[in-house]
Design a protein around this ligand. Structure first.
Ligand SMILES: Cc1cc2nc3c(=O)[nH]c(=O)nc-3n(C[C@H](O)[C@H](O)[C@H](O)COP(=O)(O)OP(=O)(O)OC[C@H]3O[C@@H](n4cnc5c(N)ncnc54)[C@H](O)[C@@H]3O)c2cc1C
Length: 366
């Protein structure tokens, strides 16, 4: 998507380089490290870019493509008209504004203050929550993206993603499902402090690191079946449509993809005047993403078990192609169903191999 929008070149001009190695640290302390595969959706490239830098590039690409951008405007609610909608909003100074449109795309993120005024109750109920900060002085990661599956954080995980611009701050965070957080005595901030403290497997990298931003938390709309993609001629995109991967909590790629699919459906609707053209938006999203999210959900249930990710990492250490595929899945460059159909499960379910791999106590290394 970034390439198609001309944004990848701009990211490179800012000095960002793609990540080429990914690591997973399992609950058993084993480490697997692999590069990204040359197969999958497209040549695998993944960038770590702060949203503060990425978002203006996306806005610029929209402007260059002919969009009128009104910054600082907050949409409040929509009124249904015979031929579309009247959206009520306020500008940055609190002055009321309104916009008439035949189609509205609500892309107001996981909090969805505008979407909630239209969607049935319960559509935007976060299944997980995450907290992240930027840190400096992180050691020993090279430019690798690292996923830490510490047993204390299950059913959740921590991460450390070095900036794609060498020398930049490292994005460090952790997230877990809300039902588990409710059952724990400690809050999200205490878990974040645990993850960045001496008991966590990330500590060897963080012992001399310091926070350069305060940790902030956000809800994650990881429940695709619960979400809605369309109500009449209002379309919901990105987090507002629950397009977040249950396996990793990533959603930027899906948000961009849904924008493209929405644009295609709206183009067809405006040309034909037939509202049913808008239904192709839901159908295309379903055809593209339903299987991916379902596989992610199932895989997550295995990986959030100590034995599940422990075994998986040991198996990946034995098979370079599978390890690359898994890293492609984690960075969203290989569809999750590939991993499920790749033969990994046949290996995983072979009882002899499971016993051998589980019993082998190998030193954690990278
Ligand atoms: C801690 C954390 C880390 C994450 N890390 C990753 C990652 O590494 N990779 C990844 O792919 N995904 C990641 N995600 C998920 C990712 O952030 C979201 O899936 C993605 O931002 C969704 O894009 P969006 O455009 O739908 O929403 P957003 O990016 O949230 O954008 C919504 C926009 O709408 C604006 N807005 C909100 N309400 C209104 C309103 N009423 N009127 C007008 N404008 C409004 C907001 O200001 C914002 O600009 C992470 C999420 C969290 C919580």
């Amino acid at each position: 998507m970034l390439r198609r929008m001309g944004v990848e070149d701009r990211i490179r001009e800012l000095g960002y380089r793609p990540t080429d190695q990914v690591r997973i640290v399992s609950s058993w302390g084993d480490v697997v490290r692999a590069g990204l595969p040359a197969y999958g959706k497209a040549p695998a490239r993944t960038y770590v870019v702060p949203r503060r830098e990425l978002d203006p590039l996306l806005v610029r690409a929209a402007r260059d493509a002919g969009a009128t951008v009104r910054e600082g405007v907050r949409a409040l609610k929509a009124e249904r008209l015979a031929d579309g909608h009247l959206v009520h909003a306020v500008d940055a100074d609190g002055r009321p504004l309104s916009f008439r449109a035949r189609v509205v795309v609500a892309a107001d993120g996981s909090r969805g203050s505008f979407s909630r005024t239209v969607l049935p109750k319960g559509c935007l109920k976060p299944r997980a929550v995450a907290m992240r900060a930027y840190m400096e002085g992180v050691e020993g990661l090279s430019q690798d993206q690292v996923f830490f599956l510490d047993r204390y954080l299950l059913p959740g995980y921590g991460w450390a993603f070095p900036s794609g611009r060498p020398g930049g701050p490292v994005n460090v965070g952790m997230g877990l499902v809300t039902s588990s957080l409710r059952r724990r005595p400690e809050g999200l901030r205490a878990l974040f402090d645990w993850f960045t403290g001496p008991a966590s497997s990330a500590w060897p990298h963080l012992r001399r690191a310091r926070l350069v931003t305060e940790p902030v938390s956000f809800p994650l709309q990881m429940n695709y079946p619960q979400g809605r993609r369309r109500v009449g001629s209002m379309l919901f995109a990105g987090d507002a449509a629950n397009l977040v991967d249950s396996l990793t909590g990533e959603g930027i790629a899906y948000a961009l993809e849904s924008g493209q699919i929405a644009a295609d459906a709206i183009g067809a609707f405006l040309r034909s005047g037939t509202e049913s053209e808008l239904a192709t938006y839901e159908a295309t999203l379903d055809a593209t993403l339903r299987r991916e999210f379902l596989c992610g959900y199932l895989l997550w249930h295995v990986l959030c078990q100590e034995w599940g990710n422990g075994l998986m990492v040991r198996l990946l250490r034995r098979d370079a192609r599978l390890a690359q595929g898994a890293m492609g899945v984690l960075t969203n460059s290989v569809p999750i169903p590939w991993l499920v159909s790749s033969g990994l499960w046949r290996k995983l379910l072979s009882p002899g191999l499971v016993a051998r791999v589980a019993a082998r106590s190998e030193p954690a290394s990278d």
